[in-house]
Write a protein that binds this ligand. Structure first.
Ligand code: SAM
Length: 416
């Protein structure tokens, strides 16, 4: 770092002793930016991205309602630098826990498709939880190796994001373990793996498609040299918007954000594919539409789209093809002994269309009771959406002045 940074090295070292920066991006699919700006103590960075000045945003009910996603400031810049992506097919190859995917889904604004893939199963489950909390409807979450993603989709995508696993030199302030586990051998192993992932991402992209490559490390082997490798595959470096590139240092066609300049640490580069895709998508088998259960579902939620069915599961597919995945659009619920039981995602994604609601003002103590998994008092009847300050937290079932709690056990917060 001394050799790379020269006169800036002292500033970099002292920045490592400062507390890490916190940030968030606002889910503009669910709310206007002003709603979150008024609820929390934030400073605008660019677009829907904010720095957290004070407070603990994860304790506000709007966090559970999916109005924002916590993400450190430098990690937000790669997706911010993409232009308009609405209507496009977008792939996030290394997606968990979901920061960049959430930004991409917000940017798509329900027009287009995001396939959000994570290779490690435990992390893929966290990714699913985050996508469901945010309430996005047009996301497919997969748990595949990158070569399987390429075999499944072929050149289906207009945009591919590779936020690669890396040696984590930009994580050292936030997670001291990143410094302890760093070694030169890790850097070399990561660089090899990053190139393997890029080859798979390349197979997923159309000609003219955009590849966004990013890491949270500073080593040339994992940053500049991987970009050079992409150029050797027929990619050309694209310009990064000035208001973003001005926040870091340009290098090898990309931008590096160091902790003494902006956020925790990130490198990224935008590249355009000049060669043809290796082959077309192999997606072939469409889902069947549900018929008999549709009226049951519409008693609870006002949906007009085509509802699909696979075994006992009913959903609104983001992609109407049968493929192994953890999420495909909105899981509405399942049939159990001939009765429809709504899922949590029905409430997070379609909460405003649910016919019966229990609306709790933000200062109502029943919000904490609900998020802790307790039964609450309320007048709604049957399956209902429970909201805080107008934004839906999850579901419940009301009868006799009481709402039975359907907030998932894994998300419940301890009270006190
Ligand atoms: N994009 C994520 C976000 O913004 O929240 C962070 C991604 S993290 C930097 C890199 C991810 O790559 C990890 O979730 C890791 O499990 C995954 N990964 C590890 N080895 C991989 C491989 N061989 N191929 C693809 N992904 C891999």
């Amino acid at each position: 770092m001394r050799a790379t940074l020269g006169a800036e090295f002292g500033a970099y070292l002292s920045a490592l002793g400062e507390p890490p920066e916190k940030g968030l991006h606002i889910n503009t699919v669910k709310c206007d930016e002003a709603v979150v700006d008024e609820a929390l103590d934030l400073e605008k960075i660019l677009g829907n991205c904010r720095r957290v000045k004070n407070g603990a945003p994860t304790r506000h009910p709007f966090y559970a309602a999916g109005l924002y996603y916590m993400q450190e400031p430098s990690a937000m810049l790669p997706v911010l630098s993409l232009g308009d992506i609405t209507g496009l097919n977008v792939l996030d190859m290394c997606a968990a826990p979901g920061g960049k995917s959430s930004q991409l889904a917000a940017k798509l604004a329900e027009r287009g498709l995001l396939v959000s893939n994570e290779v490690e199963v435990g992390r893929a489950l966290v990714l699913r939880e985050n996508i469901v909390r945010m309430g996005y409807k047009n996301v497919v979450v997969t748990n595949m190796r990158p070569n399987v993603v390429a075999d499944t989709f072929g050149g289906f995508f207009d945009v591919a994001v590779v936020d690669a696993p890396c040696s984590g030199e930009g994580m050292m302030r936030k997670e001291p373990e990143a410094a302890r586990s760093w070694s030169e051998a890790t850097v070399k192993a990561c660089a090899t793996r990053q190139k393997e992932i890029l080859v798979c991402a390349d197979r997923c992209l159309k000609e003219g498609g955009i590849l966004l490559y990013s890491t949270c490390t500073f080593s040339e082997e994992e940053d500049e040299e991987v970009v050079a490798f992409a150029e050797s595959m027929g990619y050309s470096v694209m310009e990064i918007p000035k208001e973003i590139s001005a926040l870091g240092r340009t290098c090898g066609g990309g931008i590096k954000l160091y902790p003494h300049l902006f956020g925790e640490g990130q490198f990224f580069c935008l590249l355009r594919k000049n060669s043809a895709a290796s082959r077309a998508a192999r997606l072939k088998k469409p889902y069947c539409n549900a018929v008999s259960e549709v009226s049951e579902i519409r008693k609870i939620v006002d949906v007009s789209e085509n509802i699909a069915r696979k075994n006992d599961i009913l959903f609104l597919p983001a992609l109407n093809f049968d493929l192994p995945c953890l999420v495909n659009g909105v899981l509405l619920g399942r049939m159990e002994k001939g009765r429809f039981v709504p899922s949590h995602q029905l409430f997070t994604a379609l909460g405003n269309q649910v016919r019966e609601r229990e609306d709790l003002p933000l200062d109502d103590e029943r919000i904490a009771e609900y998020l802790a998994g307790e039964e609450i008092k309320g007048t709604a009847k049957g399956f209902c959406a429970v909201s805080a300050g107008g934004y839906v937290l999850g579901g419940g079932k009301g009868s006799g002045g009481v709402i039975k709690n359907h907030y998932p056990k894994s998300l419940r917060e301890r009270r006190g």
